[in-house]
Design a protein around this ligand. Structure first.
Ligand code: F0G
Length: 369
């Protein structure tokens, strides 16, 4: 299949690229939108900021087909759902999982229903669920309540849950770690991620472990995850009943992959830390205005975290303090900024009114210089 697709000029997705590492067989119908193969962008500014000869790379997952890393897991989940003859896929979501589920379900020709916390989803993500043809159910409650409901529906015949409690999702998501090693020739010393349901942290660690076992990498990275301060159950070691953060993608108080992510963090010699909404938005602006990368707020948490840990020299336990000189650091940017334009179109984002006149415009430009 891989050969025939490539022979016809089509890009391949993560299943064809990493088939031998994924739970698929010749009998699995591949449901793909050519996801993965996202760029690993070197950041000279972040590298200089970290000092000590460190090199910082940004894994830009916003360039996946539905604009987030969720596509990597969804290609595997929907392929397996199609293989098992599922008639309906369902998921709870803060917006990105539902967008990916809806798109891959459309591609597979399977019905999709998404359970979203009412009024708490970025508009771009809501638009995606609708346009891909999902049944959109707005639950009066938060993400954790949506997920509880989805779990309860698991007993119904013909229904496949495509949240990350579906093991195929994490299998697909681990391919991001493979790509990073394939690109760098080894694992980084530090992998930085935003944390919500904690599935991605779990999946990256799995990917790094697998490639290490196969001698594709000589080392394993320390895993450093960032929760939003108002939605930080792992950091505070307790369920947060009413999680709050403007980074709606990670507004989660009881993560599904809590235990696995905690194990990954400990095994790797990493940490889960917190970051405030102000720090998240500052990093989002910085990434766009300094690096030309527009990411959604939750995605900026990884870079916000790096800024914070770099300045916290007193925090002896921080994995950033433990990496060697000339370390390689990867920050994953999980989702595209265009999904959540409301987060940046606030009071400070006002266009400058101008007449259709060259000299008036030149004088405005002179003033704003
Ligand atoms: N970044 C973005 C853009 C996300 O959408 C999510 C999770 C995360 C980070 C956190 O990843 O859950 O694996 O720890 N979004 C889920 C969703 C919860 O429903 O789209 P995680």
């Amino acid at each position: 299949m891989k050969e025939s697709l490539e022979a016809h000029g089509a890009s391949i997705g993560v299943i064809e690229r990493y088939r031998e590492h994924l739970p698929v067989t010749e009998a699995t119908p591949v449901v793909s939108l050519s996801e993965g193969s996202t760029p690993l962008i070197y950041s000279p500014r972040l590298s200089a900021m970290m000092g000590r000869g460190c090199r910082v790379y940004l894994k830009y997952e916003g360039l996946n087909p539905t604009g987030s890393f969720k596509d990597r897991g969804m290609t595997v989940a929907l392929s397996k759902a199609a293989e098992s003859g599922a008639r309906l896929v369902i998921c709870a979501s803060t917006g990105n999982t539902s967008a990916a589920a809806a798109a891959y379900a459309a591609r597979a020709g399977i019905q999709c229903a998404v359970f979203l916390p009412s009024g708490k989803i970025a508009m771009g993500k809501l638009a995606q669920a609708f346009v891909y043809g999902a049944v959109v159910i707005a639950i009066e409650g938060n993400f954790d309540q949506c997920l509880k409901l989805v779990r309860e529906m698991a007993t119904e015949p013909g229904i496949s849950i495509v949240n990350s409690i579906n093991p195929y999702r994490l299998e697909g998501q681990k391919t991001a770690a493979f790509e990073i090693i394939d690109a760098l020739g080894d694992a980084p010393h530090l992998q930085v991620l935003p944390v919500g349901n904690a599935g991605n942290t779990t999946a990256y660690w799995r990917g790094y472990l697998e490639y290490h076992r196969l001698h594709r990498a000589t080392r394993l990275p320390r895993m450093l995850g960032f929760e939003a301060a108002g939605a930080a159950p792992i950091y505070y070691e307790r369920v947060i009943e009413h999680p709050e953060t403007a980074a709606s993608a990670i507004r989660i108080g009881n993560p599904a992959s809590w235990n696995m992510a905690t194990a990954a963090i400990q095994e790797s010699g990493g940490a889960i830390e917190i970051i405030t909404d102000e720090e998240i938005f500052a990093a989002q602006s910085w990434l766009a205005s300094q690096e030309g990368l527009f990411v959604e707020p939750a995605s900026a948490a990884s870079v916000a975290g790096l800024f914070k840990c770099r300045s916290q020299t007193a925090c002896a336990d921080c994995p950033v303090q433990k990496i060697p000189d000339e370390a390689i650091i990867v920050c994953t940017l999980t989702g595209h900024g265009l999904k959540d334009t409301a987060s940046v179109l606030n009071d400070r984002a006002k266009p400058v009114p101008a007449p259709a006149d060259k000299s008036a415009i030149l004088s405005i430009l002179e003033k704003t210089r």
